[in-house]
Write a protein that binds this ligand. Structure first.
Ligand SMILES: *Cc1c(COP(=O)(O)O)cnc(C)c1O
Length: 382
């Protein structure tokens, strides 16, 4: 009955918390605004299949992935929602986009021409969203205040939209600094709206214009336009700590990473611990050995720095984190025994703390939870 009994380390994914976050974000939208859920990178480590199906059941309008393989995986598990592929797809694989019914982002005219030719040759229509680079400097038709550059972008987008075999549905951009710089974000928004207007003046309009990822969703309602594109907020984390609490009911972490104590050992004072002997016990100690290491995504940077929760108490990691194990000090917690479950992330701000320690963001640590770690899905509390 309880399959987690056998597991060394696992990630509990609460589809109930996902639903809570979905409804919380949905409630912020005006009537008619669509909702695209980001499920790239295995749904930020949560498992794309289960998350994609849940978002579909909840009523999301669209999903987005980074690459064709991720879209194909969603189709394999029965997701029928429109899927937007954000990254480049080699035009040679256009037939797979058509087969999987994937909407492709187009960021330059050359790629657009090749996709158009492939779709037309197959006698089909490939649905696309046109991407504008308003200041992220990643992919997209480049758009600044420079008139000549604007003319070139307009000309190229107009030519793209006139190509056969392409059904142009959307137009979007991506913010570079929406968690901390209002002025830059508003400049990007203005550029995007200017481009949209200039295209409309040429008779080119789009059914769905969108630009808001989580930061903008939490910070700037004026960016919602026709659709929002949240990722991290859906999974219960804030793109920046300052944004926590802006959203009324609050977001709930969806993933809880857990590990079962393999052994508790009594070790005398003066003994060194783990590789490199970076820690030496100052007192007679009890160490719990946890079967989680950097091979599971628990970074070696947490050596001697991170804490885990056992019986609700914080226990420090002692010595280097190994590939498959690490040790934590439970000297002050006599009630800890082999078989007890430690919480690694997902409660009490542990993930934010870990991200700060590792000099990164919660996104990266969630993505790092390794495929070796089974995902256990909880729904309706079970
Ligand atoms: C990843 C991504 C998002 C989602 O970003 P979050 O900060 O996780 O909300 C939205 N749009 C694009 C283009 C992305 O690449």
């Amino acid at each position: 009955m309880n399959e987690t009994v056998q597991m060394r380390t696992w990630a509990e994914v609460s589809l109930d918390n996902l639903a809570h976050n979905y409804h919380t974000l949905r409630a912020m939208l005006p009537q008619g605004c669509r909702f695209l859920g980001l499920v790239k990178a295995n749904a930020y480590g949560h498992g794309a299949g289960a998350v994609g199906r849940k978002l579909q059941a909840l009523g999301a309008d669209m999903l987005a992935v980074a690459c064709l393989d991720e879209a194909a995986e969603l189709r394999r598990v029965g997701v029928t929602l429109p899927i937007l592929c954000l990254g480049q797809t080699p035009p040679e694989l256009a037939h797979l986009l058509l087969e999987c019914g994937v909407t492709q982002t187009v960021s330059d005219l050359e790629t657009g021409k090749a996709l158009s030719a492939a779709a037309a040759a197959a006698g089909k229509q490939l649905r696309i969203h046109v991407k504008l680079d308003t200041g992220m400097t990643r992919l997209g038709f480049l758009w600044t205040e420079d008139r000549a550059l604007q003319e070139r972008a307009l000309d190229q987008i107009a030519r793209l939209c006139a190509l056969p075999g392409l059904e142009v549905e959307g137009f979007f951009t991506h913010f570079a600094d929406a968690d901390s710089n209002e002025e830059y974000t508003m400049r990007q928004l203005t550029r995007f709206l200017d481009a949209r207007q200039a295209l409309a003046d040429r008779g080119i309009t789009f059914e769905i214009c969108h630009c808001a990822a989580s930061s903008a969703v939490l910070n700037y309602p004026c960016t919602y336009l026709d659709m929002i594109r949240p990722g991290i907020a859906l999974y219960g984390y804030y793109p920046a700590p300052e944004l926590a609490g802006l959203d009324g009911p609050g977001l709930l972490p969806v993933l809880t990473l857990k590990s079962r104590v393999a052994a508790v050992r009594e070790i005398p004072a003066g003994t060194s611990v783990s590789y490199g002997r970076t820690a030496t016990l100052e007192r007679d100690s009890r160490l719990a050995v946890l079967p989680i290491g950097y091979g599971d995504g628990f970074s070696r940077q947490f050596s001697n720095r991170m804490e885990v929760l056992l019986h609700g108490q914080r226990c420090p990691v002692v010595g280097r984190v190994c590939m498959d194990m690490c040790m934590v000090d439970v000297t002050d917690l006599p009630q800890v025994h082999a078989g007890d479950v430690a919480v690694i992330y997902g409660q009490e701000g542990l993930l934010d703390q870990a991200a700060q320690l590792a000099g990164t963001i919660p996104y990266e640590l969630l993505c790092n939870v390794n495929p070796r770690v089974p995902r256990v899905y909880l729904e309706n509390g079970r």
